[in-house]
Design a protein around this ligand. Structure first.
Ligand code: HPA
Length: 275
């Protein structure tokens, strides 16, 4: 796998050099229903995953599967429109493959977004939640086995960068965007939670639940990439008020929050130093 990562990075760094004159140091992962955030980018070159050497392919409806090279507010960006989920059958190595490629490309900051179900009664559908921390409830760890770089036992005490979180709060405040903050629990899915599971997750300290993000964030931190995470609350699974969840509902709710997410991400990126 390690040679393949280098080949993928080599392919993308040539594309980036030709298109942007350099490799972007900021990357964005656009989660469920949030792919259209990419409309905000200028000079976008879309490379379908199937054209990227060794890249896994995305199979879920609503995940279009393109790597985008472009700019936002002058900042060169690499964006993933669609990610690889463990529930699709990918191994943890495949799920986190793009992050290892980002490391080779010299990415320093990663913005991850996802759709999530609220398990805290303080959350509502349509809320944007800044991820303060996570709980890893995946059955397998992405750093299991040999790694040619990074710590064997990496620290996760500040997985979500405190400075980037401060920046996100101030951008939201300045632009009048409501922002909640909480703990994201990553679970394998693909079934949504039973009421008993939602209750348990909330008692464990989770505010929102989703089927992604945690493996990518662990690998990003292992690579020294700084992370900011945003969840769009697309449905609620709150103790005593069980509600059926569906993929359509999740996608529609994510789309409704798009204007605020676009504004927040645009504001955030414009405030990052151009690195
Ligand atoms: N549970 C898990 N993943 C999700 C949910 C949920 O309720 N909503 C969106 N992704």
């Amino acid at each position: 796998m390690w040679n393949e990562i280098l080949e993928t990075a080599d392919f993308l760094s040539r594309k980036a050099a030709a298109h942007l004159g350099r490799c972007p140091q900021v990357a964005l992962i656009l989660g469920s229903g949030l792919g259209p955030l990419a409309d905000e980018m200028d000079d976008t070159l879309a490379i379908p995953y199937r054209e990227v050497p060794h890249f896994p392919l995305s199979t879920v409806e609503g995940h279009s599967g393109n790597l985008l090279l472009g700019r936002l507010g002058g900042q060169p960006l690499l964006a993933m429109q669609g990610r690889f989920h463990y529930y699709e059958g990918y191994t943890m190595q495949q799920v986190t493959y793009p992050i290892r490629v980002m490391r080779e490309l010299g990415v320093k900051i990663l913005l991850v977004s996802n759709a999530a179900g609220g398990v805290s009664p303080d959350l509502q559908v349509g809320d944007i939640m800044l991820i303060a921390d996570h709980i890893n409830f995946f059955p397998e760890h992405p750093l299991r086995g040999r790694n040619p770089y990074g710590d064997r036992f990496p620290d996760m005490s500040r997985a979500y960068d405190p400075q980037l979180r401060d920046l996100c709060r101030s951008v939201a405040r300045e632009r009048g965007i409501g922002l909640r903050e909480g703990v994201y629990l990553g679970t394998q899915g693909p079934s949504y939670e039973t009421p008993a599971e939602s209750r348990m997750f909330h008692r464990w300290g989770a505010d929102a639940v989703g089927m992604s993000t945690v493996p990518e964030v662990i690998v990003a931190r292992h690579c020294g990439i700084r992370v900011l995470g945003l969840s769009v609350i697309t449905n609620l699974c709150i103790d005593g008020q069980p509600q059926a969840a569906s993929h359509e509902e999740v996608q529609q709710a994510a789309r409704r929050t798009e204007p605020q997410m676009k504004e927040l991400v645009r504001g955030l990126i414009s405030r990052l130093p151009i690195i």
